[in-house]
Structures are given as C-alpha cells and as structure tokens.
Design a protein around this ligand. Structure first.
Ligand code: 3PG
Length: 210
C-alpha cells in the first residue's frame, strides 16, 4: 500500500523523537500494533538517524520517514538511510526541488498563504501545516483551502486525541501528525502497551470521523 493509501485509511502520523535505537524500534512496533503504520522519526539529535535506520531494518509493514529535516544535505543523508518521506518545519526550495526530482514525498511546514502559494508554485500539493494550533488551527486551514483548492494539509503541532476529529473533518486534511502518541514517560518506563493503546484510540477517532 502506498503512502497515500495508508494515510487515506489511517490519517495519523505519529512522531518518534527517541535517541535510543532499541527504544525507537519498540516504539515503532507499538504504534504499528495499534494500526498506525506511517511513522515520522524526527531528526533532533545526533542519534535520531540511527534510530530511523534501526526501525527500517528491524520492523516490517511500516512506512518510515524523517522529520525536522532542515538542510538539503540532511535530506540527502536521510534518503540514503532509507527514509520513505521527508518532513520539514518550514519550506526550503532546494529540499523541495530535490524531493520532487527524486520522487520522494515531501511535506514542508507552512502556515501562511504566501508559504502555501510558494509550495504550490514549486509543484508541491501536500504540505505540513505547522504549528497547527498556533497557526490558526481549523479556521485557518479552512481559509487556506478555500483558495488553494488542490492543496492538502498535514496539521502538526498541538494536535491531540482531543482535537483530532476537528482537523480530520476537513476534506483538505490529508493526515494529522503529532507526538502525543509517543509520550516520553511511557517510553522511559518501557510501557509500550500505552503507545499501542494511544495509537488504537487515534485510529478509532479517525475512522469514526471519516
Ligand atoms: C513537530 O515536529 O511537528 C512538532 O514538534 C510536533 O508537535 P506536537 O509535539 O505538539 O505534536
């Protein structure tokens, strides 16, 4: 199943921000057991990429991407490690051009009409909407969608089980991303069943909404 097909049936992308590769793998497996199989590993520490590589090597059935990719070199590096999609907090043209040329799904962070229009002009049709709650949330996505009819948004930043359905009710929302599915406290005590429960709950909310 392609990334788009997966997101159509389970439109939630959990973030893994774990430094330890073993924990990252266990977290990814727990998310998959809860039915969330598109996972973003955020590149916020020197060991994050190793965690992503370990997930790719030691799990099956997941689509694993790299998030918090800030530079073109980093994009090339995570791609070489096997990242199946790339997410950035903002929009850098050279990363967008690289991903389009390499045919890698790329979700740059946008929060204004100008940024969405620049993404559109570059040839992108899917963007992250970040930080979703601070950038205007549901009303802002509605306003942007009324003019950017072909764009699809992945709100991330402040999304949780409490507001997930509000975002997913919007037809222009491709999926929601977030770290609420992978609480650090649960990982710290090895309570991976909590992560599976959170993933199952999010999936149930998504399926009830769409
Ligand atoms: C991101 O990287 O997209 C955000 O930091 C995630 O925000 P959240 O922690 O509120 O889900």
């Amino acid at each position: 199943m392609s990334l788009s097909e997966r997101l159509a049936s389970a439109p939630v992308v959990p973030l893994i921000g774990e430094n330890d590769a073993d924990r990252a793998v266990k977290t990814a497996r727990a998310l998959g057991a809860g039915g969330l199989t598109v996972i973003e590993v955020v590149m916020r520490s020197s060991d994050a990429q190793k965690g992503m590589e370990a997930i790719l090597a030691q799990t099956e059935g997941l689509i694993v991407g790299a998030g918090t990719v800030l530079t073109l070199d980093q994009a090339k590096s995570v791609r070489a490690s096997g990242a199946e999609f790339i997410v950035s907090p903002g929009l850098v043209d050279e990363i967008a051009e690289y991903c389009l040329a390499e045919n890698i799904p790329f979700f740059p962070g946008t929060m204004t009409a100008g940024e969405v229009q620049r993404a559109y002009a570059l040839g992108l049709r899917d963007v992250k909407f970040f930080p979703a709650s601070l950038a205007g949330g549901v009303p802002m996505i509605k306003a942007l969608s009324s003019v950017f009819r072909e764009m699809r948004f992945m709100p991330t930043g402040g999304v949780s089980a409490a507001n997930l359905s509000e975002f997913l009710e919007l037809p222009s929302v491709l999926a929601c991303g977030g770290s609420w599915l992978t609480p650090k406290e649960a990982v710290a005590i090895g309570d991976y069943s909590q992560i599976t429960t959170l993933a199952s709950e999010a999936l149930a909310i998504a399926q009830a909404t769409r």
